[in-house]
Design a protein around this ligand. Structure first.
Ligand SMILES: [Zn+2]
Length: 330
């Protein structure tokens, strides 16, 4: 229902809007000097992990959601990787509040964090600021009390489709509301189109097509590796250095099967796993975001607002057969 749009929009945005807003170049030059000045020698590579659309995207009810989340949590624990999982309250209602909350509680028991991904996953482009406020507040129905049990509260918010407000007025009103309510926006700097691979993967499982499922797993790992490297290079181009990354993935069956190997890809590249709080404490994350109707990764937004030209067409795409197979499976 909600899967998929984010990255499709990102593709558009990279190609159409980058490099078109260089008007603030002088300000940005000053900002960049401050950034570079404030950062010493090369930092070790680091990445914070985030998972969206809990309890589950794709096929399956409460039992499957429990299995998927448990598998992801097990991999995270084995690799000592902190994560924030962003919950859609309507998804909690869909699979049953009691079972869904037990799944969410497992995240907290494992020392992981939960964030707000709104009630119904509505795009801020399509609703009013008033409706947005309501979406945020209703999005706290499960995570608020659960985090309270653990002496915490909802601290992170992720915009559905990463659409942060398509006009200055809307963008700033939403941002001010979130700040007043105690939220930090969970940004993301790497994605791997996992929703697209997962759609095809679900289709392969439904068809008992294990040959395709295995082929797809290999393609997913290859593409994820390419994206990690691509975004590492993108940020080096923007900031002159590598920055802590924030990886966006989703709670789906593909990641339940593949998380061990995805985490290993980071480890092979000598990334350390850090909290979202630590990643976003890097000065790069204080770069102005600018206003866009698209849901692209933050590197593109930062490049745009800093007046640095980057070419989104250089970003790898998933193999075409994955997309086609997933479409046929619908
Ligand atoms: Zn989402």
């Amino acid at each position: 229902m909600w899967r998929g749009h984010l990255c499709l929009l990102r593709r558009h945005s990279c190609r159409r809007s980058l490099g078109e807003k260089a008007g603030l170049a002088a300000l940005h030059a000053t900002f960049l000097v401050a950034l570079w000045g404030g950062v010493c020698a090369a930092q070790p590579r680091s990445v914070a992990l985030t998972f969206d659309d809990l309890p589950l995207v794709g096929q399956g009810g409460a039992e499957e959601a429990a299995r998927v989340n448990h598998a992801i949590l097990t991999a995270l624990a084995r690799h000592h990787a902190p994560a924030v999982a962003f919950v859609i309250e309507q998804g909690v209602e869909r699979i049953g509040p009691a079972q869904a909350r037990a799944i969410l509680r497992e995240w907290l028991e494992q020392g992981q964090d939960l964030g707000n991904h709104t009630f119904s996953h509505a795009s801020l482009n399509a609703i009013t600021v008033e409706q947005f406020r309501d979406e945020v507040i209703r999005g706290e129905a499960s995570i608020g009390p659960l985090l309270g049990e653990f002496g915490s509260r909802p601290r992170y918010f992720r915009f559905p489709y990463n659409q942060t407000g398509d006009t200055r007025e809307k963008h700033d009103a939403a941002a001010a509301f979130l700040t007043a309510r105690g939220y930090t926006v969970g940004v993301c700097t790497i994605d791997n189109m996992d929703w697209e691979f997962a759609r095809a993967y679900d289709a392969a499982l439904v068809r008992n097509d294990s040959a395709t499922a295995r082929k797809l797993e290999a393609a997913y790992l290859g593409y994820t590796a390419d994206e990690i490297d691509y975004y590492g290079g993108l940020h080096k181009k923007i900031f002159g250095r590598e920055i802590p990354q924030v990886m966006l993935q989703h709670a789906n069956r593909l990641n339940a099967a593949m998380m061990e190997q995805v985490l290993a890809l980071f480890e092979e590249r000598e990334y350390r796993f850090v909290t979202l709080e630590k990643a976003q404490a890097d000065p790069a994350y204080r770069t102005p975001e600018g206003v866009t109707s698209y849901g692209q990764m933050w590197g593109y937004r930062w490049a745009n607002s800093l007046g640095i030209k980057v070419d989104g067409r250089l970003e790898p795409n998933p193999p075409a057969w994955i997309t086609e197979y997933g479409r046929e499976g619908k």
